[in-house]
Design a protein around this ligand. Structure first.
Ligand code: ADP
Ligand code: ADP
Length: 226
């Protein structure tokens, strides 16, 4: 678990678009922070910058005690979940879950423990031997989340992870995410267009506008606002 802080962060893309404009944002240790705002306001850029997938052009980003500006994604101790699950089609669910740990040379017994725990938390135990093509959309998204969980990172970064699911599945996945967060307490930044997701998942909801922080409130404060 770690705090994430963006201080005076600027991102100007090659073409000259200023996607983040002196953005200041703090995600507290263990907090589930939802980033919302109109299309083009900089949500994805902010998330990708925290992950190290975009190089920022100004300011600092810290994860825990470390300034991570110069660290590659793999050294930032974060795990990302995207809307397209990016599972390996030729591998079983168990191998998909284990893959990132194998890459990092995690000991076999440790991989087994973590994969077992993640599968139990996500209700994936019956599907460990299946390949992604034989899973429903919701099950695939659970595998994608499982791959993030087994890494036991300091933070989760999620970019609209439920947006490809139908309405009914989104409801059950919201409940699953709430449970996971209660259980793991991992610092999370979650980008969404969906107001219901923002209100039901967020400890705090941050509204971006033109690459700046416009508002940061608890769902209750947002709900009570006139
Ligand atoms: P959001 O996720 O809120 O929709 P983005 O972070 O994707 O916003 O985009 C913020 C701004 O940066 C937009 O004006 C978008 O067109 C621009 N942008 C995003 N990615 C790139 C890129 N790779 N190159 C140039 N401009 C980009
Ligand atoms: P979303 O905002 O839902 O992630 P987009 O369609 O805005 O999806 O962006 C898809 C991809 O294109 C992203 O990787 C984003 O960084 C990139 N992108 C967005 N806007 C631009 C742009 N103006 N120029 C170049 N790339 C862009």
């Amino acid at each position: 678990m770690a705090r994430i802080a963006l201080d005076h962060v600027e991102k100007i893309y090659g073409g000259g678009v200023k996607a983040l404009d002196d953005l200041n944002l703090e995600v507290r240790e263990g907090e589930f922070m939802v980033l919302v705002g109109p299309s083009g306001c900089g949500k994805s850029t902010a998330l990708r910058s925290i992950a190290g997938l975009e190089e920022i052009t100004g300011g600092t980003i810290s994860i825990g005690e470390r300034v991570v500006n110069d660290l590659p994604p793999k050294d930032r101790d974060i795990a990302m979940v995207f809307q397209n699950y990016a599972l390996y089609p030729h591998m079983t669910v168990a191998d998909n879950l284990a893959f990132g740990l194998k890459l990092r040379h995690t000991p076999k017994t440790e991989i087994k423990r973590r994969v077992g725990e993640a599968a139990a938390m996500l209700g994936l135990e019956p599907y460990l031997g299946r390949k992604p093509a034989a899973l429903s959309g919701g099950q695939r998204q659970r595998v994608a989340m499982g791959r993030a969980i087994v890494r036991e990172p300091a933070a989760f970064l999620m970019d609209e992870p439920l947006s490809n699911l139908d309405a009914k599945l989104r409801v059950s996945m919201r409940a699953a995410l709430n449970q996971l967060h209660e259980r793991l307490g991992t610092t999370t930044v979650y980008v969404t267009h969906d107001q219901v997701e923002a209100m039901t998942l967020g400890d705090r909801v941050c509204v971006l506008r033109d690459g700046k922080l416009q508002q940061a409130d608890t769902p209750q404060e947002l709900f009570d606002a006139p």
